[in-house]
Write a new protein. Structure first.
Length: 318
């Protein structure tokens, strides 16, 4: 009798052990745990990707649309005007002072923000339980990194890598063309009244450098810095480039009497570039190409001829 009870007790323990190991949920594997940690670092849920996105800079907006995530963007800041569809998105205010209440009301899964300049606002958003990814690229290389980070965060890794490769090729092509050439000093006008140019904290400073130029205001530790006529003559740049979005016309500058003594004006080295350099997004690599053509037209033309010959040669084997 005692033996039967002992056998019954052992069978009960075995059944209980089996039930505990099969019926109850098992802990995550190390791999899934790492995925969850990575997701948390990127500001995304461990399962699924954000469906409601707010962008707090025009550059972030352009990247998101380039990644085919534009349909999930539910809020943008002022001047997010590219692509055209971005203009239809609800505004959350300017990127210098976004409206936190409006952002919270949009119920975003994630907010893509800038760094220090928006920290007071992103801190409040984080305290409200909203995931924030702060990315503020200051160079073309950092823009490429931002594209990878954002593509992983929104679940568009394949498009992100494709975009990364294309822009990387643009950058390396220009670098190869200008690396052995003498640099030319550049004044880049981002606004005309008051006259503003770029300091060394703007990503445009890096664009000038990568295009084979020297930013005459590169010693200024600022994103953008004012410039009067006296300082402009002290800079006396080889090339004067105007960002066309500000309404200024390069032709008018050449005819201004107060600028007649500038080397760039005397040598008719005054140019305009369309509005592709005003934000740190994919289009600024097109701006890099345009600026390199202005500073080193012969080298860029030779590269085009070289590329065309390669295409023809390749085609002859088909």
């Amino acid at each position: 009798m005692k033996k039967c009870k002992l056998i019954g007790l052992l069978l009960g323990i075995l059944l209980l052990t089996w039930w505990l190991t099969t019926a109850l949920p098992r802990p995550q594997s190390d791999n899934l745990s790492k995925q969850a940690e990575t997701a948390a670092e990127l500001g995304q849920p461990a399962v699924g990707y954000p469906q409601r996105i707010v962008s707090l800079s025009p550059g972030h907006t352009e990247i998101l649309f380039a990644l085919s995530a534009g349909d999930r963007v539910v809020g943008v800041t002022s001047y997010s005007d590219y692509p055209e569809e971005a203009k239809t998105k609800p505004s959350v205010g300017g990127y210098h002072a976004p409206d936190v209440e409006t952002i919270v009301a949009l119920r975003p899964d994630v907010v893509f923000a800038l760094g220090d300049i928006q920290e007071p606002y992103t801190r409040i958003l984080r305290q409200a339980g909203i995931r924030v990814i702060a990315v503020e690229p200051k160079t073309l290389e950092e823009i490429l990194v931002a594209i990878v980070i954002m593509s992983e965060a929104v679940g568009e890794q394949e498009k992100g890598m494709e975009l990364h490769r294309r822009l990387r090729n643009q950058l390396e092509t220009v670098q190869q063309m200008v690396s052995a050439l003498p640099t030319r000093s550049v004044f880049l006008e981002v606004w005309d009244a008051p006259l503003l140019t770029v300091g060394n904290r703007s990503f445009i400073h890096d664009v000038v450098r990568q295009a084979g130029g020297v930013n005459v205001a590169g010693s200024r530790s600022a994103d953008y810095t004012p410039c009067d006529i006296e300082t402009l003559y002290a800079y006396n740049p080889d090339v004067y480039v105007v960002l066309s979005h500000n309404g200024s016309d390069a032709g008018k500058l050449i005819n201004r009497a107060d600028l007649a003594g500038l080397e760039a004006v005397k040598n008719r080295q005054v140019f305009s570039i369309p509005d592709v350099l005003s934000r740190s997004g994919p289009r600024c690599f097109d701006g890099l190409d345009r600026l390199a053509r202005i500073l080193h037209p012969e080298a860029m033309e030779q590269q085009e001829i070289h590329n065309a010959n390669n295409v023809q040669t390749t085609g002859s084997y088909r």
